[in-house]
Design a protein. Structure first.
Length: 269
């Protein structure tokens, strides 16, 4: 792991596995998690000799906690600094949940800069909140409750939120592992990015995505309902939607085998 400095000097923690491999994938985690969430994807990608780059969004994991800079524009700038630090001409880019919104903003802000293929997994797009362009979004009150809980009892918020992430029953050890990853984030980062989730909208960014795009989404998602995926499919040219019948928001583990197969097949196609 190493650190890069973003445009405002905030230090971003980057993990770079197999740095000399020819094919690179950059993965952007969701809220309120960290780069560690991709453990079960990294295992398989490593077997296929991919260069696997993941980083912690500012305020999460091992990255620096800044006082501000948690809007999607700045988070997309952070992503660009990570990608440009790799010294490669093209990458495959994956965004999960809030990470999906961040990569969507990145594709518009930087004209698909260096992105060969895009993967949106359980993406919080076109918006997390209900809008005229996204009738499937959640209420502002729901996100405000998450923010208020984070101010007063973040551990309880994470436990309650985490109980909605997966549709299938998993071991207590796995759930504890997931909870601990979430708790590695800072309160400031968790609150500030929740405000961005609540208030920001990437609907108009989607049409600027030019790279071939794979949309992976759980049919049982309680956090970002499946209707999100149908809107993304309509708005993104050259996109393909793969439903996950038995998955909730955490499709990366609910249907781990299928998720990894679809990801690898798309990367190799």
């Amino acid at each position: 792991m190493y650190y890069i400095k973003s445009s405002d000097e905030t230090k971003i923690a980057v993990e770079d596995i197999n740095p000399y491999s020819k094919e690179t994938i950059v993965m952007v985690h969701g809220w309120p998690i960290s780069k560690e969430m991709f453990e079960y994807q990294k295992n398989v990608l490593n077997d296929y000799n991919y260069r696997i780059v993941s980083f912690d969004i500012r305020g999460f994991g091992d990255s620096e906690v800044s006082s501000d800079g948690y809007c999607y524009d700045q988070l997309a700038i952070d992503l660009k600094y990570v990608i440009d630090s790799l010294n490669v001409n093209e990458v495959n880019l994956l965004g999960f949940s809030m990470g999906g919104a961040i990569v969507s903003r990145y594709m518009n802000m930087f004209d698909n800069h260096k992105v060969k293929k895009l993967i949106l997994a359980g993406a919080a797009a076109p918006s997390f909140s209900r809008t005229k362009n996204n009738p499937y979004g959640g209420t502002i009150e729901f996100t405000n409750k998450l923010i208020n809980q984070t101010y007063n009892d973040r551990a309880q918020m994470v436990e309650e939120f985490g109980s909605k992430v997966f549709a299938l029953k998993h071991s207590k050890a796995f759930i504890d592992w997931f909870h601990n990853i979430c708790m590695k984030g800072s309160g400031i980062g968790t609150i500030k990015t929740a405000i961005s989730l609540r208030d920001e909208d990437v609907f108009y960014d989607l049409k600027y995505i030019k790279a071939p795009t794979l949309i992976l989404h759980g049919k049982l998602d309680q956090i970002c309902p499946f209707g999100f995926a149908t809107i993304m499919k309509e708005q993104i040219p050259n996109s393909k939607l793969i439903p996950f019948k038995y998955s909730g928001h955490g499709l990366f583990y609910d249907e781990l085998g299928k998720f990894n197969r679809e990801l690898l097949q798309f990367l190799k196609s």
